[in-house]
Design a protein around this ligand. Structure first.
Ligand code: PLP
Length: 454
């Protein structure tokens, strides 16, 4: 094995997630060894500015000393335990208190998982369990939206509103996808944003009437759709739909796996968009990416109802070996402190206008960028063939992949999603690093769009 390159060894023995292998063969595999601030380095010493914070999660960068210290200290104290059978670690207890305290609910309960997908699955199972125990076992359908991303397990992939899950024969029955609230792309010609929102609210009401409110277990939404291509909701969207859900007694779950803990500036995306859901799904930057962990944070009503449903003869038969892992909890406690109290979320608030201005400047220099959208430190630039008609480039041109690959060549990691390029940097980015990101992205766009015109 020794005489093979790292890239060859990676390709021969490992599988990647969401990867088109022939294109990796073309460009070469990157094997990373270390990080420094927002930069990552590979086995050959090459360096990239990771404008995607890994997968949105490494918000404090790749070498935060406080987080590393918190992990080491907890490994010394108590390196692992579960949260089953009436036992859990002291760190787990403290993290739950903290999560409820920083949640918009102030009262509630937390259940831990190892990932965002599992947290969404857990929430769905909680709703199924709850409705059944309340004498409504038929309340099983789940409402989500097109372009939503909720994960990859069978339930969370069914919630995800992406056609690629058809290769698995998903979604499962009873998972219903509503229109994505992206006005720029899905607004009808001549329709105002308010009319678009009213149409989506009508669609929700009609769907509930058609399916029967008594068959629906819950509604899930990301405050800003992330992996769908950074799609902030149309203005007034959540205010229009939440009363409909309330009227029909349908729990509203905010999937804050990306938007939680500062990504939109506030602690939660639901605060940025001014609504209070019935429960929150958290993961990713819950631990600043330093430990795999997810959490379901129940608000008071769902938490009380579940408490009533879980009786001595009816346990909640669900949990993961590493749920509430003490090292993960210790890291999360530190991460929340670092992000919320040591200025990282404040950086997002202070510098989001700079980020937006820099990206708008880039958009103005490239006629083939049709839309800039985002909030806080999550932005996307959407490429279009024709800016007038917003017609996308033909799929076979793989425009966003070309842009991302060119960025990689220039020392910048960014992510192609559909025809968009996504930028969601760590919250520690300095102004000089932000400028480096702008310069490299701008150069890549020039190269790719000039190449397409040639
Ligand atoms: N929910 C949202 C909004 C996400 O963006 C993701 C992952 O990107 C998930 C859930 C799934 O999380 P995980 O990849 O940790 O399973």
């Amino acid at each position: 094995m020794d005489d093979k390159s790292w890239a060859a060894r990676a390709r021969e023995y490992s599988m990647y997630g969401f990867t088109d292998m022939p294109s990796v063969e073309d460009r070469g595999t990157i094997v990373l060894t270390r990080g420094e601030g927002p930069y990552v380095f590979d086995t050959q010493g090459r360096k990239w500015l990771d404008s995607n914070s890994g997968l949105w999660n490494m918000v404090a960068g790749f070498d935060h000393p406080g987080l590393i210290e918190a992990a080491k200290a907890q490994y010394d104290r108590f390196p692992g335990y579960h949260a089953f059978f009436g036992r859990m670690s002291d760190q787990t207890v403290m993290l739950s208190e903290k999560l409820v305290e920083v949640s918009p609910f102030r009262r509630g309960k937390v259940f831990y998982t190892n990932s965002g997908s599992e947290a969404n699955d857990t929430m769905v199972k909680m709703l199924w369990f709850l409705h059944r125990s309340e004498g409504k076992p038929q309340r099983r359908k789940i409402l989500t939206r097109w372009n939503a991303y909720h994960g990859v397990t069978a339930i969370s992939a069914s919630m995800t509103g992406k056609p690629y899950n058809e290769v698995f024969g998903l979604p499962l029955d009873g998972f219903i996808h509503l229109t994505c609230p992206h006005f720029w792309r899905y607004g009808n010609p001549g329709e105002s944003e308010a009319e678009f929102v009213a149409r989506l609210a009508r669609e929700l009401e009609d769907t509930i009437q058609r399916e029967g409110a008594d068959t629906i277990a819950g509604f899930f939404a990301e405050p800003v759709q992330g992996a769908g291509g950074v799609i902030p909701p149309a203005k007034g969207y959540f205010q229009a739909i939440q009363p409909i859900l309330k009227k029909h007694g349908i729990p509203f779950i905010a999937d804050e796996v990306i938007t939680g803990f500062g990504r939109t500036g506030n602690t939660w995306g639901c605060q940025t968009y001014d609504f209070v859901p019935d429960a929150i799904i958290s993961s990713k930057n819950l631990t600043a990416g330093f430990f795999p962990m997810g959490a379901v944070i129940l608000g008071p009503e769902l938490s009380d109802r579940l408490d009533a449903a879980i009786t001595p003869i009816e346990e909640f038969p669900h949990g993961f070996t590493a749920s509430g892992h003490p090292v993960g909890c210790a890291i999360a406690l530190k991460a929340i402190d670092v992000v919320m109290n040591e200025g990282l979320a404040q950086n997002v608030i202070d510098k989001a206008p700079r980020m937006e201005a820099g990206l708008r400047d880039i958009m103005q220099r490239h006629a083939n960028i049709g839309e800039l959208r985002g909030v806080g430190y999550m932005w996307a630039l959407e490429a279009v063939k024709d800016p007038e008609t917003r017609q996308p480039f033909p799929g076979h041109l793989s425009v966003s992949e070309r842009i991302a690959n060119t960025c990689t060549d220039l020392g910048l990691i960014c992510r192609p999603l559909g025809q968009s390029i996504v930028l969601c940097p760590p919250f520690i980015l300095t102004d000089a690093q932000m400028d480096e990101m702008f310069e490299k992205l701008d150069a890549a766009l020039t190269r790719v769009f000039d190449g397409l015109r040639a």
